[in-house]
Design a protein around this ligand. Structure first.
Ligand code: AQP
Length: 326
């Protein structure tokens, strides 16, 4: 049994199938037989300007989505970050042992800050130290994430080691866990870019709350190439991306898929992919609506999970405070 931690930001835009395939699908698998903690990282969402009412709604939506995909609060601890104060408290401590140099090297900071020109929010710069705190608070061994988060988990490892060296053994040094396949699902509109919630092109991503006809339309417009044969070739980026999605959702082998697709055209193949995506998201959407229709029950569930997480986190924070002389 391993201790697992991972998080997802609440955002007005629901998670996309890249988030699902790269991260969320693993979360559901890993809750069996492990000590798993999954977090709606709402403090991270504050690194860019937010409308308070919309943020509150996004937190509910994201929490409901995590339950709807199959996370079970009886098996894993599914909670909201801001409801466990030790995250922000340890975040500050870890920020004080991080350096400007290592934070400046984070590629996500470089990408996200580019949108702000002269007034870059400083939270965007320091956010990986809060993410490190999220992880090490629970003596996490494994962090299942998509490829874009490897560098942040590496920073969490460095900060845990640095703290242990300075103040004595305190934190478990976490390991990142990346799926061999699906760790980087690409944009449907431009398969050289990763699928991203914030992409301005509305055909780039399929979101888990997209109406079913929109899913069909987005997949039918997905960029491929002018060849005809449907085979797994990483050089044919658009097709390869669709085939990867199809492979993960069906559980079929590459040979089996190539066999099935012999003689079929792109149109038919894309319809098959859309069918698989719809089969995945339809029950999730139904369950999510049920959960969101009873906010009292939803908030009760959040509160119970936060209490469970907080009692663990508080112990670790007290150990840290005592070691650093607070
Ligand atoms: N394209 C992707 N393929 C596979 N995994 C992905 N993840 C993100 N994009 C892909 C993984 O999803 C988890 C939750 O991500 P997040 O909510 O922290 O958002 P993010 O990493 O910032 O990426 P997004 O969703 O595309 O948002 P924006 O547009 O804001 O960058 C993480 O484990 C992530 O690795």
């Amino acid at each position: 049994m391993a201790t697992i931690f991972s998080g997802i930001q609440p955002s007005a835009q629901a998670p996309h199938i890249g988030n699902y395939i790269g991260a969320l699908k693993q979360w559901v698998e890993l809750q069996e037989g492990n000590d798993a903690l999954y977090c709606v990282v709402d403090l991270h969402a504050l690194t860019v300007p937010q409308d308070p009412k919309k943020l509150q709604e996004s937190i509910d939506q994201t929490y409901a989505l995590l339950l709807a995909i199959g996370l079970d609060p009886e098996k894993s601890t599914v909670f909201v970050q801001s409801q466990v104060p030790a995250h922000a408290q340890l975040g500050w401590v870890l920020q004080t042992i991080s350096t400007m140099g290592e934070l400046s090297r984070m590629t996500q900071f470089k990408d996200k800050s580019a949108k702000f020109k002269d007034s870059i929010p400083s939270g965007l710069f320091t956010y990986p130290t809060l993410m490190a705190a999220d992880i090490v608070l629970y003596d996490t061994q494994i962090v299942p994430v998509g490829e874009d988060q490897i560098q942040h988990v590496e920073l969490a490892r460095n900060l845990a080691q640095r703290f242990n060296n300075r103040f004595g053994d305190t934190f478990v040094v976490p390991n990142v866990q990346i799926k061999k396949e699906g760790a980087r699902i690409m944009s449907l509109a431009d398969p050289t870019k990763k699928m991203s919630k914030s992409d301005e092109n509305k055909h780039a991503a399929v979101f888990l709350n997209d109406p079913l006809d929109v899913i069909q339309e987005k997949l039918s417009r997905a960029v491929t190439d002018s060849q005809t044969e449907i085979t797994f070739d990483p050089e044919r980026k658009g097709l390869y991306n669709l085939l990867s999605i199809y492979k993960i959702l069906t559980g079929k082998s590459e040979v089996e898929i190539e066999q099935d697709m012999k003689g079929k055209g792109y149109k038919e193949f894309k319809q098959e992919v859309a069918h698989q995506v719809i089969t995945l998201v339809e029950p999730i959407q139904t369950r999510m609506q049920e959960l969101l229709s009873d906010r009292t029950a939803l908030h009760d569930s959040m509160k119970r999970s936060a209490e469970k997480a907080a009692s663990r986190a508080q112990k670790k924070l007290e150990e840290v405070y005592s070691k650093i002389g607070l």
